[in-house]
Design a protein around this ligand. Structure first.
Ligand code: PLP
Length: 225
């Protein structure tokens, strides 16, 4: 893929995001996190030269190697994938700007403990499985509000900034929309405690996610493929 193709893809995504956010509210700002997991490092570097700064990876190992080989660039890194407990220390060492996929109270407590040992804090989002899909991780939407409070109270090293969710895996737009609306309702409740990030929307559903109030989209294939 050439730089020109990459530019075209990025422009298209930004244009569509712009349209979706302005139809919701012209003051509604949406952040783009480019997900590089299908792509090579050179593409990330090219995208940086096209103006993109925030990147996400779903594996600690990949995040680690990319952060290191691109450390000369002022990039902002997000961890967006499942974190196995044996990778907690490695993630802490990497100090990502945001760990978006904190998906259980148990993981929060384990992470909190390790952060405490290192006298460090980490900004996180609580991942919600609002589509109730077996294959997805995340807390259930019924418990999300309580778990959010519990993490805030019992995990002082974790700075919760909001919620994250993956839309329903379906061709039925209504089902996807329902899953986004469920997540956004929970976001509205935790906003009172200072939450300000609602991360929803990927390549196939980011416009819909924005129309449901998402303010952070995570996009991979529409940019890199
Ligand atoms: C891969 C991934 C994305 C990006 O997916 P695309 O459909 O390629 O845009 C977003 N969020 C998470 C959690 C992912 O794992």
């Amino acid at each position: 893929m050439s730089k020109e193709e990459l530019r075209k893809n990025l422009d298209e995504v930004i244009w569509n995001m712009e349209e979706a956010r302005v139809s919701l509210n012209e003051h509604h700002i949406v952040k783009l996190v480019a997900v590089g997991k299908y792509s090579e490092e050179e593409k990330i570097e090219m995208l940086y030269h096209l103006g993109q700064r925030a990147f996400g990876e779903n594996q600690v190992q990949q995040l680690d190697s990319r952060m290191k080989s691109l450390e000369e660039l002022p990039l902002e890194w997000h961890m967006i994938g499942n974190l196995q407990s044996n990778k907690i220390n490695r993630l802490i060492e990497l100090r990502p700007v945001l760990f978006q996929s904190l998906d259980s109270l148990k993981l929060a407590q384990a992470l909190n403990q390790r952060l405490e040992n290192k006298n460090q804090k980490m900004s996180c989002l609580l991942q919600i499985n609002s589509a109730k899909e077996e294959s997805k991780s995340g807390v259930s939407s019924d418990e999300a509000f309580d778990i959010y409070q519990e993490i805030k109270e019992s995990c002082p090293q974790i700075e919760l900034k909001g919620v994250m969710s993956i839309g329903a895996n379906s061709d039925n737009k209504k089902l996807i929309q329902d899953s986004f609306e469920i997540t956004h309702k929970i976001y509205d409740r935790v906003k009172k405690d200072g939450a300000y990030i609602c991360s929803m929307g990927m390549s196939n559903d980011y416009e819909l996610a924005i129309s449901c109030g998402s303010n952070l989209v995570r996009i991979g294939s529409k940019i890199f493929k």
